[in-house]
Write a protein that binds this ligand. Structure first.
Ligand code: 5RP
Length: 264
């Protein structure tokens, strides 16, 4: 790995080998989903607690202060929508020049292993890695799970390993039963998505289990910004990821912060 690429990666994955990424890229196919109707309003107070922000260029340009020090992981795949025919039909939506212009620390793209457009999305990843390697920009591959695909260790190991084999520098996948197998067979760091909103304590359990079984962090979205207390939520998740807090400790912190103004 070249110095520039390593340097960018080190901004995302901190010196303890862990990371709390805030995923707010959902609008690229879901539109104005709950909690992100007015992106700046939701995202701005969370920025100080996020190790990086995963978002699209539209939200970056319109909703994120230009003087932010928080590294940007730019979503560069898309071309589908929740009401369209096929979610897996994605292409690369942002040029490498644009990613450089936006001063991003990494680019993120989804692959859909086992879907109708598997081939296309895997070639998208390969192309993006080729471009990223030229300029020292790491690539995060998201192992997207379509309707027809399972979320078991077998499938997620397959998708994560393929992403790493094609050159992804970080893999974002889902937590599952037997998650340690997914981590063991993937030679690059893994972060987990939070998935649909679940009760806070359950979300802490998810993060805790993922970290314990080898994830280097979370790339969490809805379980933070759809919580009634997003700031308390992200701070408690940080305690699990960076301070090895237990589920009980995180929940206790969440409850103590949610009463305070800054925890709202
Ligand atoms: C879809 C994505 C998401 O848009 C997002 O990043 C997922 O985050 P969460 O599941 O925690 O809301 O990557 O493939």
């Amino acid at each position: 790995m070249d110095w520039g690429l390593k340097n960018r990666l080190s901004k995302i994955i901190k010196s303890d080998g862990r990371t709390v990424m805030l995923a707010v890229d959902h609008g690229y196919f879901l539109g104005p989903l709950s909690g992100l109707e007015v992106p700046a309003k939701t995202i701005t107070p969370l920025i100080p607690y996020a190790d990086s922000l995963m978002l699209t260029r539209g939200i970056l340009r319109t909703s994120i202060p230009q003087d932010t020090d928080t590294p940007i992981v730019l979503r560069v795949s898309g071309g589908n929508s929740i009401v369209g025919k096929e979610l897996s039909n994605e292409g690369i939506t942002v040029s490498i020049e644009e990613a450089i212009r936006l001063n991003v620390s990494a680019m993120a793209l989804s692959i859909y292993v086992g879907s109708e457009y598997e081939h296309q999305t895997l070639l998208n990843l390969s192309k993006l890695v080729n471009e990223g390697e030229k300029y020292g920009i790491p690539v995060l591959a998201v192992t997207a799970v379509g309707k027809e695909m399972g979320r078991g260790a077998r499938y997620l190991s397959l998708a994560s390993r393929i992403a790493a084999e094609l050159g992804a520098h970080i893999v974002k996948t889902y937590y599952c039963e037997g998650f340690e197998r997914v981590v063991k067979s993937c030679p690059v760091p893994i972060v987990i998505a939070g998935g649909k909103k679940i009760p806070e304590r359950e979300a802490f359990k998810l993060a805790y289990n993922a970290i314990r079984k080898g994830a280097c962090g979370v790339d969490m979205g809805r379980n933070i910004f759809q919580s009634e207390h997003p700031m308390a939520m992200i701070q408690a998740v940080r305690e699990i990821v960076h301070e090895n807090a237990s589920v009980d400790e995180a929940f206790k912190l969440f409850n103590s912060l949610k009463g305070k103004r800054k925890g709202k």
